[in-house]
Design a protein around this ligand. Structure first.
Ligand code: SAM
Length: 350
């Protein structure tokens, strides 16, 4: 397995170097190819499938971009119970999904103990790896969930610019978010983070710094996707910072892969929302190696709309799972067997 050695100088020079790569208009195909080569050398041709269950749309936070923010009164709030979640987890095993990702809004719609009990049941009753994505929590809660069997945690930092972060998040600061990520890493939980591409107010240097922050955090998983304005949010009339230059979404993904050779990088749903039917395939061919189908019950998906244009809102889990396997095959890749845990464990960090 090749070790990619990237020599970087001081922080400003690094930002500039990445900004130049991102703004390079001509050699764009070369950047995609390099990212795909690095993905192949480090992560192989396997695409791991991690099925998401959006188990609660209850949220106390008011993130300015998010469709399920607390102030959006048009959202029907729901919370699934443990048996409903377990039923889906069992179905997932029969359709080659090896990880369940439990995601929700940021409030104890289901409390921390209940979540712990759900993790224990999934680990006991299935062979799935468990990833949680339920926002900022104290160290002791992450530790408790780890002790219940949680394998991984996803918590995007959203933007590396602390002023922009604070403008978008009335409920938390970037430092608090980063503290959570450090706590997760300290606990030995496989840690995922990432950011939105093109938040209003983002500059190319901020985008470059987002990529650098992922590298600095030495993440096990990195999820990024375009910001898509949701009409029922304060940013509903804003534009993505790269509107008219949507190649930037893929360039960001490829440069992210070049600077993070051995992280798991999903082809996130938002790529399909911007490029219907092909966005995630292209992402897999430009650096990504993970696919995350939506396993939320069909009748609840309309109540968990983070942004408009989310694909496959009415396909059943089985239909969706079949189409994912076909997508992976259609681009000459293979479905990952086993859990697809981080390959960074016990690795020497540069
Ligand atoms: N509450 C948890 C958290 O904040 O980590 C998990 C759920 S949160 C709704 C999942 C992710 O959706 C966020 O991290 C954010 O990046 C993404 N998201 C929310 N609104 C979005 C939008 N308008 N466009 C693109 N992505 C969005």
């Amino acid at each position: 397995m090749r070790k990619n050695r990237i020599i970087l100088f001081d922080k400003d020079e690094r930002t500039k170097a990445i900004s130049m790569l991102l703004t390079k208009g001509d050699g764009i195909e070369g950047i995609y190819r390099e990212a795909d080569d690095i993905r192949k050398q480090n992560m192989g041709d396997e695409v791991y499938i991690r099925g998401i269950i959006e188990f609660s749309s209850i949220c106390a936070n008011d993130c300015l971009y998010c469709g399920i923010r607390a102030s959006n009164m048009s959202v029907n709030r729901y919370a699934m119970n443990a048996d409903e979640i377990l039923d889906i987890a069992r179905t997932m095993e029969s359709v080659q999904q090896t990880t369940v990702v439990l995601q929700s809004g940021e409030t104890p719609g289901i409390n921390d103990d209940e979540i712990g009990a759900i993790i224990r049941r999934i680990k006991h009753e299935t062979n799935l790896a468990v990833t949680l994505s339920v926002g900022n929590r104290p160290y002791k809660t992450y530790k408790y969930w780890r002790d219940c069997g949680m394998d991984r945690y996803l918590l995007r930092f959203e933007t590396s610019d602390s002023d922009l972060f604070e403008r978008l998040h009335p409920d938390c600061s970037l430092d608090e978010r980063l503290e959570c990520l450090y706590a997760l890493k300290k606990l030995g939980i496989q840690t995922g983070s990432g950011f939105m591409i093109g938040l209003p107010g983002e500059t190319i240097d901020i985008l470059a710094d987002n990529i650098l922050l992922c590298r600095k955090l030495d993440l096990d998983m990195i999820g990024i996707g375009p910001f898509i304005p949701h009409p029922d949010t304060p940013l509903g009339r804003e534009k993505n910072a790269y509107e008219g230059d949507e190649d930037m979404f893929f360039k960001a993904l490829s440069v992210l892969r070049i600077f993070n050779p051995d992280a798991h990088i999903p082809a996130t749903t938002a790529f399909d929302a911007v490029f219907p039917g092909v966005g995630r395939n292209l992402a897999l061919q430009r650096g990504a190696n993970i696919f995350m189908p939506n396993n939320t019950p069909v009748e609840l998906r309309k109540d968990y709309i983070l942004y408009p244009g989310k694909p496959c809102v009415d396909e059943s889990i089985e239909q969706y799972a079949r189409s994912v396997l076909m997508r992976i095959e259609s681009i000459g890749r293979i479905t990952g067997k086993g859990h697809g845990h981080s390959i960074k464990r016990n690795r020497d960090i540069e």
